[in-house]
Ligand binder design. Structure first.
Ligand code: ZN
Length: 143
């Protein structure tokens, strides 16, 4: 069995947004030379998500909109990230909770050199606490 590892660097631009990374994942698969196995896509950040869904402009707005409605920012959270110089607490608990709801990885089968996504399925990185530089691991295992 062969294992191929690639780390994608993605710079996000907004506080909450979805980035379609399907083409980058397929490029890594093609570079790997592996034809059959599995593809793991894993985010290294606890305020992001990785998921598979339909690439459609409306959904790319609906999904962040409803995640924001489910986990509102105007609440009393226990989690604190750091303190500003004036003593105020910077809170990003909502970003961690949205990450828990979405999950941090996706696994896709690889067969005869093709990533077996359904016709409408695409792989997304979800940013919940941007803008930031993010790192997503693509690991391909097989032969
Ligand atoms: Zn935090």
């Amino acid at each position: 069995m062969k294992v191929y590892f690639k780390e994608l660097t993605i710079v996000t631009r907004r506080s909450c947004e979805l980035i379609n990374i399907t083409d980058e994942v397929k490029k890594a698969v093609s570079e790997s030379g592996i034809k059959n196995g599995i593809v793991l896509v894993f985010s290294k950040h606890t305020t992001t998500g990785v998921f598979i869904n339909e690439a459609e402009k409306g959904l790319e707005r609906d999904i962040p909109f409803y995640l924001k409605k489910l986990v509102v920012e105007e609440d009393n959270f226990f989690h604190h990230h750091f303190f500003y110089k004036d003593g105020r607490m910077a809170v990003n608990a909502w970003a961690h909770i949205r990450s828990v709801l979405v999950g941090l990885h996706a696994i896709v089968p690889l067969k005869d050199g093709n990533v077996l996504l359904g016709g409408r399925e695409n792989i997304y990185l979800a940013e919940f606490d941007g803008p930031k530089e993010r790192h997503v691991v693509v690991q391909i295992m097989g032969e």
